[in-house]
Design a protein around this ligand. Structure first.
Ligand SMILES: Nc1nc2c(ncn2[C@@H]2O[C@H](COP(=O)(O)OP(=O)(O)OP(=O)(O)O)[C@@H](O)[C@H]2O)c(=O)[nH]1
Ligand SMILES: [Mg+2]
Length: 442
């Protein structure tokens, strides 16, 4: 099954907490603090997996988490870092932040790799907190939280040249006679339902270019008719389009109308794709017995080209670089196809593929580490919340008098007690700071 879009949630690891520990030595009742730091949390990393060609793997698996850092321990031992999580994606996958819609990464190269989310830092152990006046630091820092992000993954295949056109005009036939690909070919519409890639090897030095075949488009594709625009994303990265037209009008349509209709659908999908240079491929010339359809097309096309060159600088520029020329072929018997591909190969590098601009994550709002809020909980307790206050509370040993004293002093310094008084707290009321609770006493 071909899956080219999905959403996943990724979380980097939490940092391990710092450790509270004291050296134990013979004949020394209480040695200095030797609590080690917590290990860092694991990162979330994305890289190209050369074996992957769709996002199917993520259809039923949506949550991914890196490992948490381990706690520090005595003897100044740092905790083990959490393991990184490396997620392999097919080449050509774009990674978006779902909330902001920003593009975070484009895995467009075979060796693309990105550290998307860093793990939380490990907390410092009590070895760092001894001072002249505080020789027995009974606290350590808590590890930093990891980060969680919802991501939207979108695969846009990597190809140099894209085949576009109505259904049954012979796109897949053309791919099959010019590359080793074996696409399905049949007279009914929408024979092709997923994109196919093939390599055309025809350079002097044996080099080649990648050709992408997608399902046919019909009028109203923008509104979802046929298979809709679903698959156009797989030709968005191409440098050049081969616009295949059934010049015999074997299904009753006019070939030049077909040309205009497909261009209109391309415009409705994306103006950038509509501005992509095209080579016009008139197929099924065997069925245009007297050549009148081909001649009629050419006449109208010349007129269109002159007008477009005048009004649209992009068309003029592309034309100067070799686009907007007509080839006549019979794809079914490979007549004219070699010449077409030789020409295509000779001009394809005159054009640049579209570049998707990576914006990165939005700047995180400045966190004022010292800010805190006080709410009155449903049971009447005064609850204090804030980033640094939380880390402080997590690091306190409430049963240790000295540790608790240090905690109280820090709260006083931050003005917590003044604010509690201003809110009308009375002796005996409960103060709640995350896990810690104590009675207020003025
Ligand atoms: N007479 C004639 N028929 C052709 C030629 N090339 C392809 N066909 C026939 O046209 C029909 C459609 O060909 P496909 O290659 O499947 O067309 P497609 O554009 O890939 O169609 P979708 O995948 O449905 O979009 C098949 O029956 C082919 O045999 C040709 O040069 N002459
Ligand atoms: Mg096809």
């Amino acid at each position: 099954m071909f899956i080219d879009r999905t959403k996943i949630t990724v979380s980097s690891g939490r940092g391990g907490d710092g450790c509270v520990s004291f050296r134990r030595e013979k004949y020394v009742s209480a040695g200095g603090p030797d609590g080690g730091d917590g290990g860092n949390g694991g990162d979330i990393i994305f890289e190209v997996d050369p074996r992957a060609s769709t996002l199917m793997e993520f259809r039923y698996r949506h949550k991914f988490a890196a490992g948490d850092g381990a706690k520090g321990s005595g003897y100044k031992k740092t905790g083990k870092s959490g393991s990184d999580l490396v997620i392999g994606l097919p080449q050509g996958t774009l990674i978006y932040d779902d909330a902001s819609g920003r593009l975070l990464a484009d895995l467009k190269d075979p060796d693309s790799r990105i550290v998307l989310l860093k793990g939380g830092k490990g907390g410092q152990g009590n070895q760092h907190f001894a001072t002249a006046t505080r020789q027995v630091p009974n606290f350590a820092r808590a590890g930093e939280e990891g980060r969680t992000l919802e991501l939207r993954l979108e695969l846009k295949m990597i190809a140099d040249v894209g085949l576009v056109g109505f259904p049954s005009v012979g796109k897949s036939t053309l791919l099959s006679v010019t590359t080793a690909a074996k696409p399905e070919i049949a007279e009914y519409h929408f024979t092709t339902i997923t994109p196919n890639l093939g390599v055309v090897y025809n350079g002097e030095d044996g080099s080649g270019f990648v050709l992408a075949d997608i399902p046919g488009l019909i009028e109203g594709a923008a509104e979802g008719a046929g298979l809709g625009h679903e698959f156009l994303r797989h030709v968005e990265r191409t440098r050049l389009l081969l616009h295949v037209i059934d010049v015999s009008g074997s299904e009753g349509r006019d070939p030049f109308d077909d040309f205009l209709t497909i261009n209109k659908e391309l415009r409705e999908f994306d103006q950038k794709l509509a501005s992509r240079p095209q080579i016009i491929v008139l197929n099924k010339t065997d069925m245009d017995v007297d050549g009148s359809k081909t001649a009629g097309f050419k006449k109208k096309f010349e007129k269109w080209l002159d007008e477009a060159s005048e009004n649209d600088p992009a068309v003029r520029e592309n034309r100067e670089k070799g686009a907007y020329v007509i080839f006549e072929i019979m794809a079914a018997i490979a007549e004219g196809t070699e010449k077409l591909m030789k020409y295509t190969g000779s001009i394809v590098n005159n054009f640049e593929p579209e570049v998707f601009e990576v914006e990165g994550l939005p700047e995180e709002p400045e966190i004022d580490d010292d800010a805190y809020e006080i709410h009155i909980d449903t049971d009447g307790a005064y609850s204090v919340t804030g980033r640094r206050i939380r880390n402080l509370a997590l690091s306190i040993n409430m049963t240790d008098q000295e540790s608790f004293g240090y905690f109280q002093m820090q709260l006083r310094k931050k003005g917590v007690f003044d604010r509690l008084r201003a809110m009308g707290i009375k002796d005996g009321d409960t103060v709640r700071i995350y896990e810690c609770e104590f009675d207020f006493m003025d």
